[in-house]
Design a protein around this ligand. Structure first.
Ligand SMILES: *[C@@H]1O[C@H](CO)[C@@H](O)[C@H](O)[C@H]1NC(C)=O
Ligand SMILES: *[C@@H]1O[C@H](CO)[C@@H](O)[C@H](O)[C@H]1NC(C)=O
Ligand SMILES: *[C@@H]1O[C@H](CO)[C@@H](O)[C@H](O)[C@H]1NC(C)=O
Length: 272
């Protein structure tokens, strides 16, 4: 592994679980977030690079705990996916890719007034990543976004569709661990201000839903169809960044000992 000075904070990386430092790290155990979160509404949007869901300013959903020193507010849900199954996620685990990756992008609401100020500043952003496989079942939250009636509204670049009554807690697995590292935004300006938290249980969507994603175009309807798939940033060297997690790969059935170290996803209908 090379230590490239510039590569220090770049995202994404391939994460080898055996590299995670397990001795003496806090336990990072989590279960489905405190129920219920307020129901979200917002805009599903084809940016020409990926599928984006931009929640309305209210209600506020925030994440805290785990490796985070501050409460971070959700500002975007982003969905990246590949042209074929098993590829398309930005991160890899043990050199294995996934068909898609859902990124919940948050900014530090305690220190900064908005996303753009936070993205340029220390401890600015926190991104929770969930990996997605193609299988016979489907995650109920993703099903709301990917049902035919909804996803076909954003077939082309800049198409947007308003959604409401979304239950974000349904996105999360019943229980999960996570891996965390310090990295960057994977899209310009690639700011190196992100605490990444990768959830270690994959979600499922059906092959039909995956297919409907690949039918989205990077271009407006007046231009040639070019699939939105495969838009993740190429892998970056991990260098000597510390990974932390709660899995000891030599004993995957065992959880690390230590004080509880929980991740909280929380919300308030009338937030600040
Ligand atoms: C974001 O916050 C910065 C610093 O507080 C401020 O200068 C800027 O105008 C804000 N931007 C928006 C879009 O509100
Ligand atoms: C995803 O699909 C796999 C294979 O069918 C299954 O074993 C697993 O339990 C599913 N995961 C969830 C969260 O439903
Ligand atoms: C989340 O944000 C809301 C509104 O700012 C606040 O009332 C609540 O305490 C926050 N929760 C956490 C866990 O930070």
């Amino acid at each position: 592994m090379t230590v490239g000075g510039q590569a220090w904070w770049l995202t994404p990386v391939t994460l080898a679980l055996w590299e995670a430092k397990v001795g003496g790290t806090p336990e990072v155990r989590s279960s489905r977030p405190l129920l219920p979160l307020p129901q979200l509404r917002g805009t599903l949007y084809n940016t020409g690079r990926h599928v984006s869901f931009l929640p309305a300013p209210r209600p506020v959903v925030n994440v805290s705990g785990g490796p985070l020193l501050y409460s971070h507010r959700l500002s975007e849900l982003r969905l990246l996916f590949g042209a074929r199954d098993g590829a398309g996620s930005e991160h890899q685990i043990n050199h294995q890719g996934f068909s898609a990756e859902v990124q919940l992008i948050h900014f530090n609401q305690e220190l900064y007034g908005n996303f753009s100020a936070a993205s340029r500043s220390p401890n600015g952003l926190a991104i929770l990543s969930l990996f997605v496989n193609v299988a016979g079942s489907s995650n109920p939250f993703l099903s709301r976004l990917l049902n035919r009636d909804t996803i076909t509204r954003i077939s082309y670049k800049n198409d947007a569709y308003f959604l409401q009554d979304l239950s974000l807690e349904l996105l999360f697995p019943e229980s999960f661990g996570f891996i965390t590292y310090q990295g960057s935004l994977s899209t310009p300006p690639c700011s190196e201000t992100v605490t990444w938290i990768l959830i270690d249980r994959a979600l499922n969507i059906t092959s039909l839903q995956m297919h409907s994603l690949r039918l989205l175009s990077q271009n407006p309807p007046s231009q040639i169809f070019q699939s939105l798939s495969g838009n993740g940033r190429p892998l970056q060297p991990l260098a000597h960044r510390a990974l932390r997690g709660n899995r000891d790969p030599r004993h995957p059935e065992r959880r690390c000992r230590g004080p509880n170290y929980r991740l909280h996803v929380d919300g308030a209908p009338h937030g600040r």
